[in-house]
Design a protein around this ligand. Structure first.
Ligand SMILES: [Zn+2]
Length: 213
């Protein structure tokens, strides 16, 4: 049990530092070069504004690098006696795989067992966003969301399940159109107590996700 835990913490430390947004002009000129390298004529009419659009889109899709989780959660945590499971399910998320810089997207389900405090429900999708809007692999994304909530809420346990379709699998390579990748991270009581994990998986169950129990 100790070994995977250490690996998880290491992954948290692997998080890139919060950086200032990059220079948009620099990204634009790189996109123009990329277009030329792909055999396009970057000066043709239809592509004139493409470098600018791509630069803006890429900056938007990676804006999670510049968001601070503590700032996001500060002032949104409330003391409470409630000690039943809190679940926010079917959170839409969009990310980009770090191997191909192609989108992967789907649903994220989050559950936690509060320990004297809860976080505003709307903050949970925001946390999912902060970690999704980066170059990611789905496994690490899942773990980062779970570890962060566990740590910041000091929760008795956290469970995160993510179901996603990866364009890098659908458009290239194996070209599997209907494959859904499912990843999960179970921490604290969600890991140690079969009943808690089963309850969570049952409550988020849809299209057989609950079968994981
Ligand atoms: Zn990929």
């Amino acid at each position: 049990m100790a070994k995977p835990r250490r690996r998880v913490l290491q992954r948290m430390e692997d998080l890139p530092p919060i950086k200032r947004p990059g220079d948009e002009g620099h990204i634009r000129s790189l996109v123009a070069q990329l277009l030329e390298a792909l055999g396009e004529t970057s000066s043709r009419n239809g592509l004139l504004k493409t470098p600018e659009r791509v630069a803006k889109a890429l900056q938007f899709m990676t804006k999670g690098y510049h968001h601070n989780i503590d700032q996001l959660l500060n002032g949104a945590m409330f003391p409470i006696e409630y000690d039943e499971m809190v679940i926010v399910k079917d959170i839409d998320f969009f990310s980009m795989c770090e191997h191909h810089m192609l989108p992967f997207f789907g649903k994220c389900h989050v559950g936690y067992l509060p320990n004297k405090k809860v976080v505003g429900l709307s903050k949970i999708p925001r946390v999912v966003d902060v970690f999704s809007r980066r170059l990611q692999v789905q496994e690490r994304l899942t773990t980062q969301i779970a570890e962060t909530l566990k740590q910041k809420l000091n929760a008795h346990g956290v469970g995160v399940v993510m179901e996603a379709q990866h364009l890098c699998m659908m458009m290239r390579g194996v070209e599997k159109q209907n494959t859904i990748a499912v990843t999960s991270s179970m921490l604290g009581a969600f890991r140690t107590q079969q009943q808690t994990r089963a309850e969570f998986l049952k409550l988020i169950s849809r299209n057989g996700v609950g079968d994981l129990a």
